[in-house]
Design a protein around this ligand. Structure first.
Ligand code: 5GP
Length: 118
């Protein structure tokens, strides 16, 4: 859903500075902060400031904002020194284990990653 519908999610409360997070980068439309439970040496979440439930809804509603999320992921990777590469993951729905229904890109790197999944 777009922002304004329903109760604030965890990530909306981080965007509003109502909850603490280790913010590593911010743009007019996105925010990036470290995952609280890192799954790689570097694990940052990139979140659009407008809420959509998942990447499919974001892509359909606002493709420019999806591009902002991917560009912010690249900027984070550069700032974090991930010169040997990184992975961008959008968990989408129950089978992927999505737990926060405010779309976010996981940026993972800083080590050799497994091929896919865990
Ligand atoms: P999902 O499975 O929905 O794609 O991932 C949600 C991510 O949010 C998880 O990797 C989880 O560790 C992270 N997360 C959950 N709660 C918090 C929090 O309060 N702060 C931060 N920084 N990350 C969180």
């Amino acid at each position: 859903s777009e922002a304004g519908e329903g109760a604030a999610t965890l990530f909306e409360r981080i965007i509003a500075r109502e909850l603490p997070a280790e913010i590593v980068h911010e743009t007019a439309t996105t925010i990036a902060f470290r995952d609280i439970s890192p799954q790689a040496a570097t694990h940052v979440l990139v979140v659009p400031k407008t809420r959509y439930r998942d990447v499919a809804e974001l892509a359909a509603a606002d493709p420019a904002l999806l591009a902002d999320v991917v560009a912010t992921a690249a900027e984070v990777a550069a700032r974090e020194g991930l010169t040997d590469g990184y992975r961008v993951v959008f968990n989408t729905g129950a089978d992927a284990g999505q737990t926060v229904f405010h779309v976010h890109a996981h940026v993972l790197g800083g080590e050799q990653l497994g091929r896919f999944g865990r």
